[in-house]
Design a protein around this ligand. Structure first.
Ligand SMILES: Nc1ncnc2c1ncn2[C@@H]1O[C@H](COP(=O)(O)OP(=O)(O)OP(=O)(O)O)[C@@H](O)[C@H]1O
Length: 227
């Protein structure tokens, strides 16, 4: 079943046609890697799906909702590459804030926070403020803030960059669990090794257009092109 459908999306960034008639659909439980060179339109696509940029044309639908409704925004969670943390909130308070903004703050979620914090080895930092954290710890905090949200679609920008090898492996395992639970995941990455076994499909963008799609078997070719 399709979670996200984008039909003929046209998006301008300044004078640039950043998405040029992009059509794609992502199914429940599907993991899609969005790839392409710098400036291809990946971030623009994420921002448009998040409802942060209004398309000039085309149609977006997410789990039956269309933007800009509040219900639409609750169908998608975004984990940016650069952590966006508020200096006045502790790590734990960030998780609370995320959950509250999706109306999902309840007791079992607190257990999930502790579980993920243990798995990503930041359980000891839950009461610390962003300024007290290393770069990797900030990234883990941002990751967990997104991973604790139950939404039909998860968008992640370069999830593996900056994480230690252990955390990269743990993230692959968590994404596998999310996929099995039916969440659709779109991620940008150049670290294709980490996607082995979980990626269903890749979509290659160039100048805002979809120019190529492929599956797990094409990973070898992709690695040669990007490594
Ligand atoms: N705020 C902006 N103002 C004007 N043009 C922009 C803006 N943001 C992006 N663009 C342009 O839109 C196009 C798509 O950019 P986008 O950031 O979506 O690419 P990307 O694939 O995410 O690139 P990268 O891999 O470098 O992050 C590029 O030509 C870029 O120069």
């Amino acid at each position: 079943m399709s979670v996200l459908t984008a039909t003929d999306l046209v998006v301008k960034q300044g004078e640039t046609l950043a998405l040029d008639g992009l059509t794609l659909a992502v199914n429940q439980g599907e993991v899609v890697a969005l790839i392409g060179h710098n400036g291809a339109g990946k971030s623009t696509f994420f921002k448009t799906v998040m409802g942060l940029i209004e398309p000039r044309g085309g149609i977006l639908a997410l789990a039956g909702e269309t933007p800009p409704s509040v219900l639409y925004k609750q169908q998608v969670v975004y984990i940016p590459e650069q952590p966006f943390l508020l200096p006045e909130l502790t790590v734990f308070q960030h998780f609370q804030l995320y959950l509250e903004s999706y109306n999902q703050y309840k007791d079992e979620k607190v257990n999930e926070i502790y579980d993920l914090a243990n798995r990503f080895e930041i359980a000891g930092e839950l009461d610390q403020f962003p300024l007290e954290l290393s770069k990797g710890m900030k990234q883990k905090a941002q990751l967990i803030a997104g991973l604790i949200i139950d939404a039909p679609l998860l968008l992640i920008d370069e999830p593996f960059v900056g994480l230690d090898v252990y955390a990269q492996q743990e993230l692959t395992t968590v994404l596998k669990e999310k996929k099995q639970a039916g969440q659709a995941i779109i991620l940008t990455t150049h670290q294709f090794d980490q996607l082995s076994g979980i990626m269903d499909r890749y979509i290659m963008l160039h100048q805002g257009k979809l120019i190529k799609e492929g599956n797990q078997q094409d990973l070898g070719e992709l690695k040669r092109r990007f490594d």
